[in-house]
Design a protein around this ligand. Structure first.
Ligand code: FES
Ligand code: MG
Length: 594
């Protein structure tokens, strides 16, 4: 338990500076009066009760999180039951699939705006209503920066999707259906029907995409109640968990239990281990590295490989496995996974969590109810299922998700460190997703099964926010021949729902002078996974000549910004390996104490 000595008294509540400050009656009256105007009483606001914010990320524009409009009522009930006062407020909407040019553009915008709310208003603690991909990191990052007591509540995944008796998982089914569409097996209407079946209820993606991943990791970090992440959105347990979360945040305020107590180096290492075991998204390193920066914990992509690579895949959920969110929940969700990892000695058990207890106390003794869905550590789906962090003369860092590498490829290129095998091939280069869509089926490109596809101009600066476009589908003609995937490398991201083992998040990106900018169609690349290398096979002098030429042309060209925020972020955003944080924002840590 957190020490009783740290218990706050009601005089120490942050909100009293606004609502009950006899030293400054004028300001207190001004702060107070408008909050009375919809029926709140002075007794509630000046009654020495914790004022708890409910950061509402759901709206009609954010359908993945929209069920939070209902769940917030149960959060509020829990807050009141525990003696707090609830103030709900809207967050900047982020809808992963609906926002142009890409939802990730808005992660830092939502972060900034939430920091201002948490810092500038009379809040003693906050419930972060998370869900869709970027909403979770944006909320956690803001809570880390301000450092007031905070707890996350996921909206929960949708129910399983089904089509003609088969599970259809969000996102993952799109990648499969587009192959069938390209091969001419299904028409446009059937394509829409299949994909539509994967969204049968309220909630976020039911696969282990970025939403399920980031909420599982919020729990692994200790920022959400044990077992809360996996509950499907419509289940009654979700509403009950909302109530418990509301009750718990009030206690956290009295215990003065803040993000900086929970988000330690050990907690981040636990989350990296958990991410490998669940087959988590390649967006996770971006968001966790960013969160770590905002709380002041050193963390980089080398840590992801060092801590996570050897961890086996335990969770049999799409895209790395077969099942979806409902089976994962019934099998025990994250606590069952953590119990396996704890049993194998892979978890820092003493990491403190939002319950006031350690992660070991929360999860030890839990177990999987279904060994086909959550495997035991001794009988995993795959060994060594974490991320590789590749380097070379093309980039300083690029991530590869090994849990989605097929057995044959893994056997050939990754399993035997003594084997000199590496894969090598000519590249075809695309400058952004539009260029790819226009040209991929052009026969003159000569794409065959030996080709490596390159996507550049898709990083945080080149395609503001970094597009999820690196998992490129081969040309239709190749798919018809049965070649369903080709090696892909890019400076953009890839959807967490994709099962393609791309080499992605390459940093630095072409737009800021990264090596991908020097590539030309027809160059050869050698990728040696055992050595964690990816290199262009052309002499240094030629590379230098191309670099000088590019400099003379004014650098790698990218489209102009379309909005003020695109322009502002481009001027100050870090690369994907650095978490895509805003450089000036990182120095502001724990601002509520200052
Ligand atoms: Fe929102 Fe997947 S698109 S959770
Ligand atoms: Mg996505």
């Amino acid at each position: 338990m957190t020490e009783k000595s740290r218990r706050r008294t009601s005089d120490q509540l942050r909100s009293r500076l606004w609502f009950d400050n006899p030293d400054n009656p004028g300001m207190t009256a001004l702060y107070l009066e408008r909050y009375l105007n919809y029926g709140l009483t002075r007794q509630e606001l000046q009654g020495k009760r914790p004022i708890i914010g409910i950061a509402q990320t759901g709206s009609d524009l954010s359908p993945c999180n929209r069920h939070h409009l209902e769940l917030a009522k149960r959060v509020r009930d829990g807050i009141i039951e525990a003696g707090g006062v609830a103030l709900e407020f809207p967050c900047h909407p982020i809808q992963e699939t609906g926002k142009r040019p890409t939802a990730c553009l808005d992660r830092n915008l939502a972060y900034l705006s939430l920091v201002e709310v948490l810092f500038g208003y009379p809040l003693d603690g906050v419930v972060l209503l998370t869900g869709c991909d970027k909403t979770t990191p944006a909320c956690l990052m803001a809570a880390a920066t301000v450092n007031i007591p905070a707890i996350a509540l996921n909206v929960g995944p949708m129910l399983n999707g089904w089509f003609h008796g088969e599970r259809t998982g969000s996102g993952t089914v799109v990648w499969k259906a587009r192959e069938r569409h390209a091969a001419g097996d299904i028409d446009y209407q059937q394509f829409m029907d299949i994909v539509g079946s994967s969204a049968p209820s309220v909630g976020h993606c039911n696969t282990m995409g970025t939403a399920s991943t980031m909420n599982a990791l919020a729990e692994a970090l200790g920022m959400a109640l044990p077992g809360s992440a996996a509950i499907p959105a419509p289940y009654r347990e979700r509403g009950q968990m909302a109530y418990e979360t509301g009750k718990r945040i009030v206690e956290m305020v009295w215990e003065d239990l803040k993000p900086s107590d929970i988000l330690t180096r050990e907690a981040f290492e636990n989350a990296i281990v958990a991410n490998a075991a669940i087959g988590g998204s390649t967006n996770a390193p971006i968001h966790l590295n960013a969160l770590a920066k905002h709380i002041g914990v050193p963390l980089d992509c080398d840590d992801w490989e060092r801590v996570g690579f050897e961890i086996p895949l335990l969770v049999n959920v799409q895209p790395a496995g077969a099942y979806l969110g409902e089976e994962y929940f019934r099998a025990g969700g994250l606590p069952a996974v953590m119990a396996e990892l704890i049993g194998a000695g892979r978890i820092h058990e003493n990491a403190l969590t939002c319950t006031g207890r350690t992660i070991g106390e929360n999860c030890r003794g839990k177990f999987s109810w279904d060994r086909d869905v959550i495997r035991s550590y001794d009988n995993p789906l795959k060994e060594n299922a974490g991320f590789l962090n590749l380097k070379g003369n093309l980039f300083d860092s690029a991530i590869m998700k090994t849990s989605v590498i097929g057995d044959e490829f893994r056997e050939r290129y990754l399993s035997n460190p003594e084997d000199p095998n590496a894969f090598e091939g000519p590249v075809v280069v695309f400058d952004g997703p539009e260029d790819y869509h226009h040209r991929i089926d052009d026969p003159s490109l000569g794409i065959d099964e030996h080709t490596i596809l390159i996507m550049r101009g898709a990083g945080p600066v080149g395609y503001p926010g970094a597009a999820e476009v690196v998992n490129m589908q081969p040309p239709g003609a190749l798919i018809k021949k049965g070649v369903l995937s080709l090696p892909c490398i890019g400076d953009g991201r890839q959807s967490g729902t994709s099962g393609t083992p791309s080499i992605l998040n390459a940093s630095p990106e072409a737009a800021v002078g990264g090596g991908l900018a020097l590539l030309r169609t027809g160059d050869r690349i050698r990728i040696d996974l055992n050595k964690r290398r990816a290199d262009i096979l052309i002499p240094d002098e030629e590379l230098q000549r191309r670099r000088a030429e590019l400099r003379e042309q004014g650098g790698y060209p990218y489209p102009e910004s379309q909005t003020p925020w695109q322009e502002i972020q481009r001027a100050m955003v870090d690369q994907l390996s650095e978490g895509m944080t805003l450089r000036p924002a990182v120095k502001f840590q724990r601002v509520a104490q200052k």
